[in-house]
Design a protein around this ligand. Structure first.
Ligand SMILES: *Cc1c(COP(=O)(O)O)cnc(C)c1O
Length: 466
């Protein structure tokens, strides 16, 4: 499988190189040159398979040529055995033909585990073969950091440095990052905000000279193709569990960077019957505003009860735009050049196409809390605030009650106890058993000034072969 850039000017790469690259050299994102397509008959034959074997069938075309089938199969088996439920992504009914798919049974209690637990293993496999060592650098406001650290804890060929804003992540989230043991794990608490952290990461990728050419930086945010790939699988899993592919499904997806829902779009392109895909946003609603009015415009960041969706622009949306523009990289490059200057619109017929593919809905904090309270009182099921946004959007956008509506449950409610409390729900969500002693575990992290030189010097001094 070859991968090409959405801006058309960077060289095509194989899977290994795409795994080890962040942005393409032309500023674009990598996508498969050709998407695999499955027949209904093939998909039907996967009914009843364990999650890891379904994952193999869906993903192998993407890694073929880079990773032998048996090795990939073993890697997937190991990855999903670490999830605290035999179904890996169990489906729970919360209403009439309304479901949530629990994607929070992984080690760090958010859906990002599906991709990042695999990514760590993929990286170590490829790096072992190449006898190479890399440095992962990322910024987090919570979920990505813990999932990436957990995914890399066993890696021999990776040092991981995660920046978080000092005293601005929740205690559960900080402890999930800082209590993971390992010489290759480095938590940096920066005396600044999340944007400061992200700016430092961006600048460091742009100029890696602080590493003296001795190590390469690797990105673990959702611009990394391998993350998207791993998220396609659970759409097939949901469908096969609820009568697909002979019956169509609808999905509602709490969205920030458009990664998770883009995976749903790909599942449909690969042959899975999906009737409806709902983009569910919080008050940071650039996607909903674009879908409603054909205007892609950055607004001020708002802090909400669903912090993992607090974004100003959705980086993976570029991957959809590439398809809407008939895979014309030059046109996408031109669009983003204009977006640097201000709001942009696209041709009406392309926008109409986007509206055919997706519905959208934005949910504020008040409606988020009301949904948590309502679902708890009706079904005694506790939603986290991100999932509540998905459930609310599903109810608002639903077109056909005879089609199962599945909301992706992206985080465990115990990760966001404050929102649950604000919703007025009496029950305090407990951490699952494997994290029950989180507050007794020893923490390790370094507090640094909001200064890129200090951060870069720390990395240069502390990675394995420094
Ligand atoms: C990251 C995250 C999201 C948003 O996912 P995207 O792929 O960025 O759209 C939603 N909910 C939770 C809990 C998350 O951690």
């Amino acid at each position: 499988m070859k991968y090409i850039s959405t801006r058309g000017q960077a060289p095509a790469l194989g899977f290994e190189d795409v795994l080890l690259t962040g942005l393409a050299a032309d500023g674009g994102l990598y996508v498969p040159e050709l998407l695999p397509r499955f027949t209904l008959e093939e998909i039907r034959s996967w009914r009843g398979l364990p999650y890891s074997e379904l994952a193999f069938n869906v993903m192998f075309p993407f890694v073929e040529g880079a990773i032998p089938a048996d090795d990939f199969r073993a890697m997937l088996k190991e990855t999903y055995a670490d999830f605290a439920h035999p179904a890996v992504a169990p489906l729970i009914q919360i209403g009439s033909n309304e479901w949530v798919m629990e994607l929070f049974r992984g080690p760090t209690l958010a859906f990002k585990d599906f991709a990042l637990q695999l990514l760590g293993r993929l990286l170590d496999y490829v790096l072992e073969k190449r006898q190479q060592h890399v440095v992962i650098l990322g910024a987090t406001s919570g979920d990505t950091g813990s999932a990436a650290i957990e995914g890399c804890r066993r890696c021999k060929h990776v040092d991981i440095f995660i920046l978080h804003p000092h005293q601005r992540v929740s205690e559960v989230q900080r402890r999930q990052m800082t209590t993971v043991p390992g010489d290759n794990i480095h938590n940096l608490a920066v005396r600044g905000n999340f944007d400061d952290c992200q700016q430092m990461v961006k600048a460091s990728f742009g100029d890696q000279s602080f590493l003296d050419g001795k190590a390469q930086l690797v990105a673990v945010n959702s611009i990394n193709w391998a993350r998207i790939m791993a998220q396609i699988v659970y759409y097939f899993h949901a469908a096969l569990s609820l009568g697909g592919p002979d019956r169509s499904l609808a999905f509602s997806v709490p969205t920030g960077n458009f990664g998770d829902i883009f995976a749903g779009y790909l599942a449909r392109e690969m042959g899975l019957p999906i009737e409806q895909l709902v983009i569910a946003t919080n008050r940071n609603d650039i996607l909903h505003r674009f879908m409603s009015g054909n205007r892609y415009e950055k607004h001020q960041l708002e802090h909400t009860l669903s912090p993992s969706m607090d974004i100003m622009i959705s980086s993976n949306f570029e991957r959809l735009l590439f398809d809407l523009y008939g895979r014309n990289g030059a046109a996408v490059a031109d669009l983003f050049a204009r977006f640097q200057q201000g709001p942009v619109s696209i041709d009406d017929y392309r926008w109409a196409q986007a509206r055919k593919l997706f519905d959208s809905y934005a949910v504020d904090d008040e409606a988020t809390c009301a949904t948590i309270a309502e679902v708890f009182s009706e079904a005694e099921y506790l939603l986290d605030p991100h999932t509540a946004i998905g459930v609310k959007a599903a109810q608002a956008c639903r077109r056909d009650a005879s089609i199962p509506m599945v909301t992706l449950a992206t985080a465990h409610p115990a990760k966001f106890p404050d929102a649950v409390e604000k919703a007025g729900v009496e029950a305090r969500p407990a951490l699952p058993l494997h994290l029950a002693d989180l507050f007794e575990r020893e923490e390790r992290y370094q507090v640094l000034d909001n200064d890129i030189t200090a951060v870069q010097q720390f990395i240069a001094k502390h990675w394995k072969f420094a």
